[in-house]
Design a protein around this ligand. Structure first.
Ligand code: FAD
Ligand code: MLT
Ligand code: ZN
Length: 475
């Protein structure tokens, strides 16, 4: 079934004169994801520039049973922001909801519309000498509405938490087209259920976020960056505990990276490997703080020297300038793009308790080696959050297509270990379509039923991103 001409005409009128795209060539990028092949079809991309227009669009869709796919910067990893094939869904892009509505340095808050690009929020915060700490490789194009709808993580979760922890208030258009104005800039508010948290991480299935009040934090004055060759994942988590013990919250990024990620980055992007050693595991870390520039270097050197003596690491580069720090981060920040270009890595975005990361990696590597001798490890991730991007690549000599055909079996091997360790099959990218079947497989019937009840309550007409996160009922 496609959307009727009459409905399309009403939707265009509601979106306003420059508020829609119906030219198939201009629509194509909205239907094409960053990776993983979720290409979709739609007759119409709606680009409203006010919340009232969003609400008017949702009311028409609810009345006509027309599914809506909300879309921000279209950088998501799970096929959640593209329509299905068939042309019976419309996309609602937040790209024109791009106003910064307020910034209040004394309340440490910024109020923005959903389509503001993450990097622009970070720049606006810097403009008043504050930090908006959400930071990820896609920040030049992802939008805050998408970040909140995926509860994005990124590299600073270890210190500041996920996107959820940075939100004080939301404005949301509900599934029946009402506007909930929850744009409160309060740090304490126990007046009833905390509705904002229902919409955060819901991947556009429970409401359309149109604006948000976000928390700002003091802008760090000092930063020390180090790339460290550790003796293994166990040494990495012990190093984290030591640094936290010595410097507390100063630990603001702590990433584990397998050496193969550097080899790939050299191949796909020509990035030189800054470290000569042949040990497989490295940690890239940032310390930040409010003391004058240079203050963190000495305690970092001391802590790393102690850790070396304890046998946790075999080499370390401490950046001697901001430029060197940026260059140490280059391979890590490019990793999503590096692995996209490299092609055949099978992506996992798992989390386990931080203390169990070494066991997870050891068991998953061993199980895959038994099943696929010679497969290549390409693991990296936010070890400080217990979140590992576990992306094995085919054994030498295999056709990429043969490897990709093994995705279901490989997912099951990896996710069974994650489940056994009390972990999650997605830490930060979300479910979308990519992990819908896995979600149902690993969650209890009680939890899936509670989720379905929420969906029915918030989206009674089932028009908000149907067929994402939860499979169709009875399907
Ligand atoms: P989209 O991709 O457009 O949408 C994502 C989901 O949110 C979809 O379900 C969509 O329907 C929904 N949605 C979008 N806007 C709204 C709205 N206003 N209301 C309701 N629903 C909405 N993620 C991490 O967590 N950590 C990382 O470190 C990280 N690094 C990345 C690096 C790169 C290079 C790339 C390409 C992606 C990365 N991601 C990372 C994936 C991440 O999910 C996204 O980058 C980002 O959070 C999505 O924002 P977006 O605006 O692109 O959303
Ligand atoms: C990252 O940490 O770089 C992102 O989550 C992207 C990815 O996993 O590819
Ligand atoms: Zn990540």
């Amino acid at each position: 079934m496609t959307v009727s001409d009459e409905t399309l005409a009403r939707l265009k009128q509601a979106a306003g004169p420059r508020g829609y795209i119906d030219d198939p060539a201009a629509i194509a990028p909205y239907c094409t994801p960053f990776r993983d092949g979720w290409i979709g079809e739609t007759p119409l991309v709606l680009r409203p520039d006010t919340t009232d227009r969003v609400a008017a669009i949702v009311r028409i869709c609810a009345a006509t049973g027309t599914p809506i796919v909300p879309q921000g910067g279209n950088t998501g990893m799970t096929g959640a922001a593209q329509p299905h094939m068939g042309g019976d869904e419309v996309i609602l892009s937040t790209g024109r909801l791009r106003r910064i509505l307020d910034i209040d340095p004394l309340n440490d808050t910024i109020t923005v519309e959903a389509g503001v690009v993450l990097a622009d929020i970070r720049s606006a915060a810097e403009g008043v000498d504050r930090l908006f700490p959400l930071s990820l490789g896609a920040q030049g194009s992802c939008q805050i509405g998408g970040n909140l709808s995926t509860n994005a993580g990124g590299i600073h979760v270890v210190r500041y938490g996920t996107a959820r922890s940075m939100v004080l208030g939301l404005e949301v258009v509900t599934g029946d087209g009402e506007v909930w104005d929850g744009l409160r800039a309060l740090r304490k508010d126990n007046a009833g259920y905390d509705l904002k948290h229902i919409f955060i991480g819901a991947e556009g299935t429970l409401g359309i976020i149109t604006a948000a009040v976000l928390r700002l934090v003091p802008r760090p004055r000092d930063r020390a960056t180090a790339l460290v060759e550790v003796t293994g994942p166990q040494a990495a988590v012990e190093l984290l505990a030591r640094l936290r013990g010595a410097m507390g919250d100063a630990v603001s990024a702590f990433e584990l990276i397998h050496r193969n990620c550097y080899t790939l980055a050299a191949r796909t992007h020509g990035h030189a490997d800054p470290m000569a050693g042949q040990q497989p595991w490295r940690v890239l870390l940032d310390l930040t703080g409010q003391a004058p520039p240079g203050s963190l270097r000495e305690p970092l050197e001391t802590a790393l020297a102690d850790a070396m003596e304890a046998g946790l690491l075999s080499d370390a580069i401490i950046a001697s300038s901001e430029a060197q720090a940026e260059s140490l981060w280059q391979v890590r920040e490019a990793q999503a793009e590096v692995q996209r270009r490299a092609g055949s890595g099978i992506k996992h975005d798992v989390s386990v308790p931080v203390s169990l990361v070494p066991e997870f990696i050891a068991r998953a590597d061993a199980a895959l080696e038994r099943a696929y001798p010679g497969h290549q490890i390409c693991t990296f991730g936010h070890v400080g959050d217990g979140n590992i991007h576990y992306n094995p690549i085919e054994p030498p000599g295999w056709e990429a297509a043969r490897w990709v055909a093994e995705t279901g079996r490989i997912n099951r091997i990896v996710h069974d270990i994650v489940a056994d360790l009390g972990g999650s099959i997605t830490a930060e990218h979300g479910v979308g379509r990519l992990r819908m079947a896995e979600l149902v497989h690993y969650k209890s019937a009680v939890e899936i039923d509670l989720m379905r009840r929420l969906k029915r309550a918030f989206d009674p007409a089932n028009i908000l991103n149907p067929g994402k996160v939860l499979p169709a009922e009875g399907g």
